[in-house]
Write a new protein. Structure first.
Length: 336
């Protein structure tokens, strides 16, 4: 089969398409999946740069997100059957409840081989049925960014209709957080850096738009749009450089879901404690949460936002698109 491998770290040149042995016939409780699409996340750039090297699998097949169809099953496999459209879970070991202690923390493409391959043989417990209305390309966007957004919204008691949510930017997690928050009946305030992106966020349902270039102290705008109170929940994707504004933008007793550390780890000020905020550190989510999210997506027929679909021979171009950071929504790869 054809698959991409990371053969050296530090540049796109290290990402190489190879002919690898076909996965073996599925063993007991396993399923062989013909991969049809994969989607990229920012973490893929970190893995390629070698930042996970000391903790993860050496020279892995990259990419955490992927969808395909079951083409063979092993003895005793009961969760899926041949012909079903499935999505691989981000974690190969977290099926429900709290994350198991001492287990994999890096997920697919970090600790185990990822999805940039034509076939994957996995335990049946690592698979979730894809919502019927989604294409393979759309379904492939869900394991990391969408589930992270779902977990960010539901952590610490969940989101109620009429509550307010602040989302930051037009990346995968933020766009999914906006779309999913609207399913909950929430009022969504959205930050972005351009009028074009803000209009796209409006089209997805954002109720309030804030240009953080025009308003670098954007927390003041959030307070102005919420009658001085702040939002009930902030989905914080930036990290150290933005978390203090998120603290100021969140109401007394509100919640911050910390998703990303793009600008380093946060240092919490006294204001965090004075305002009585709760901080939820999001680690994507379990298979059980994934299945709950997929049910909601199916009922509401939500469609993920895809910036561009690349061919399997164009994977380096897809990584470059991701690296430039000008995409809105997800960068996807079709595996023909």
């Amino acid at each position: 089969m054809r698959a991409y491998r990371i053969e050296h770290y530090g540049s796109l040149d290290g990402l190489v398409l190879r002919d690898l042995p076909q996965p073996p016939t599925p063993g007991p409780g396993q399923a062989l999946v013909r991969m049809r699409a994969a989607a990229l996340n920012f973490r893929e750039l970190l893995i390629l740069a070698g930042q996970y090297k000391a903790m993860g699998k050496d020279m892995p097949i990259p990419c955490s997100d992927g969808a395909g169809e079951v083409v063979a099953v092993g003895e005793g496999c009961s969760r899926v059957s041949v012909g079903e459209r499935v999505i691989l879970t981000f974690y190969s070991h977290w099926f429900g409840g709290e994350m198991p202690a001492g287990g994999d923390i890096l997920g697919r493409g970090g600790s185990v081989d990822g999805t940039l391959c034509e076939y994957a043989c996995v335990d049946e417990n690592e698979l979730v049925r894809a919502p019927d209305h989604l294409s393979f390309e759309e379904a492939a966007t869900l394991p990391c960014a969408a589930l992270t957004a779902w977990s960010a919204l539901t952590a610490g008691g969940g989101l109620l209709p009429g509550q307010s949510v602040l989302v930051q930017g037009g990346g995968g997690v933020s766009v999914f957080a906006l779309q999913l928050a609207k399913l909950f009946g929430a009022r969504v305030l959205a930050l972005s850096s351009s009028a074009e992106r803000l209009e796209r966020l409006r089209a997805l349902g954002a109720d309030e738009l804030i240009d953080y270039v025009r308003h670098p102290e954007w927390h003041e705008e959030v307070l102005a749009r919420t009658a001085g109170a702040g939002v009930d929940l902030t989905v914080e994707v930036g990290g150290g450089a933005t978390v203090e504004r998120s603290v100021q933008a969140t109401r007394v007793g509100g919640r911050i879901s910390l998703v990303g550390l793009l600008t380093g780890g946060p240092g919490l000020s006294e204001a965090f404690f004075y305002r009585g905020l709760s901080l939820n550190c999001i680690r994507v989510g379990s298979r059980e949460q994934f299945e709950q999210m997929c049910q909601a997506i199916a009922v509401h027929r939500l469609r993920p936002v895809i910036d561009r679909v690349f061919g399997f021979d164009e994977v380096p171009l897809a990584f470059e698109q991701l690296r430039q950071g000008r995409h809105f929504g997800k960068v996807v790869i079709s595996i023909d």
